[in-house]
Design a protein around this ligand. Structure first.
Ligand SMILES: Nc1ncnc2c1ncn2[C@@H]1O[C@H](COP(=O)(O)OP(=O)(O)OP(=O)(O)O)[C@@H](O)[C@H]1O
Ligand SMILES: [Mg+2]
Length: 299
């Protein structure tokens, strides 16, 4: 995971980004401000799979909205494929380069038929009709939803709807897809399918993925992880580097993958296990190494 090569080309860069929300009372008078993002410097390169973690209210969504010009920094600069997001003339370019998928699948689908919904993005970009159909087909195929192209979105499960939303973004041929807790409202099967689709886009199509999630198991696949707290990036590194720091993560009010937690507890209990075990399989292998005489049987 850590050794997978990604390009050197920068897709997103932020420098000193700070964002303040203004709170107003019922009459519209300013009551105060909330600093949601506080001095974030971040670089995302082409082809990376990035995960952003953080407790509720740590500023993840606010930061993510800067990546496709839904918000502009109060201070600092955001560049998407080299364009300053404040450049109004490039707004649609930027939105096409960096597409966003949100938490609630029901708020994102507007078409009455799946293929029509997926075609909206390229249509708005002025793509010629025959090419729109090609893009719709390739996008639905990429997320495993081609057989539903004529279906009504109302009849799909949450996970299927999210995959249609992702197809709608892919159809715009973006460099980067930002997924803001895309699995939060899904059942375990829907969650797996959505993450599998995102990983495939990253692996096969080399689309840069930025995944915001509360599910630690989804982070294991990332090339790099950023952990946010109170608007700041408090930790960054590979999943293994991040999950080696169980106590630090807990102090940032985050959990860690179950296998990591178990390994950490065993280590504290005196077993010579390495830090940063990420999966159940790795834990089993490490335990077998320590106890070579146990049977190969059930794990
Ligand atoms: N529209 C808004 N107006 C005022 N304050 C806001 C607004 N949206 C978010 N905030 C505040 O900004 C801070 C960061 O919120 P944000 O939604 O970016 O966090 P988050 O990490 O995405 O949280 P969650 O995990 O709950 O999605 C919080 O203190 C939040 O209350
Ligand atoms: Mg959020």
């Amino acid at each position: 995971m850590e050794t997978r090569r990604t390009g050197e080309e920068t897709i997103i860069r932020t420098e000193g980004v700070r964002y303040e929300y203004t709170r107003r009372d019922e009459e519209g008078n300013i009551e105060g401000t909330t600093i949601a993002v506080d001095g974030v410097d971040m670089t995302v390169r082409r082809g990376e799979f990035i995960a952003i973690l953080g407790h509720n209210g740590s500023g993840k969504s606010t930061l993510a909205k800067h990546f496709n010009a839904l918000l502009y920094p109060t201070e600092g600069v955001v560049w998407v494929t080299g364009c300053d997001t404040r450049d109004d003339a490039r707004l649609w370019d930027i939105r096409a380069h960096a597409g966003m998928v949100f938490q609630n699948p029901d708020n994102q689908i507007i078409g009455q038929v799946v293929e029509e919904d997926v075609g909206f993005g390229p249509e708005n970009l002025g793509v010629p009709t025959p090419e729109i159909w090609e893009r719709v087909e390739e996008s639905l195929r990429a997320v495993g939803m081609l057989e539903y192209r004529k279906a009504s979105p109302n009849h799909l499960s949450g996970g299927q709807k999210q995959r249609v939303s992702i197809a709608g973004v892919i159809a715009m041929h973006p460099d980067c897809i930002i997924l803001d807790e895309p699995t939060a409202m899904l059942d375990p099967v829907g969650r797996k399918d959505v993450i599998r689709a995102a990983r495939a886009l990253n692996d096969v199509e080399r689309i840069t993925i930025i995944l915001i999630t509360h599910y630690m198991e989804e982070v294991v696949y990332a090339d790099r992880v950023f952990v946010m707290d109170r608007g700041r990036v408090e930790m960054s590194g590979t999943p293994r580097e991040i999950f080696s720091q169980v106590t630090r993560l807990q102090s940032l009010r985050l959990t860690v993958p179950q296998a990591t937690l178990m390994a950490h507890a065993l280590r504290e209990g005196g077993m010579p296990l390495p830090e940063g075990i990420l999966t159940r399989q790795e834990l089993v292998e490490e335990l077998r190494r320590l106890m070579p005489h146990t049977s190969e049987g059930g794990d």
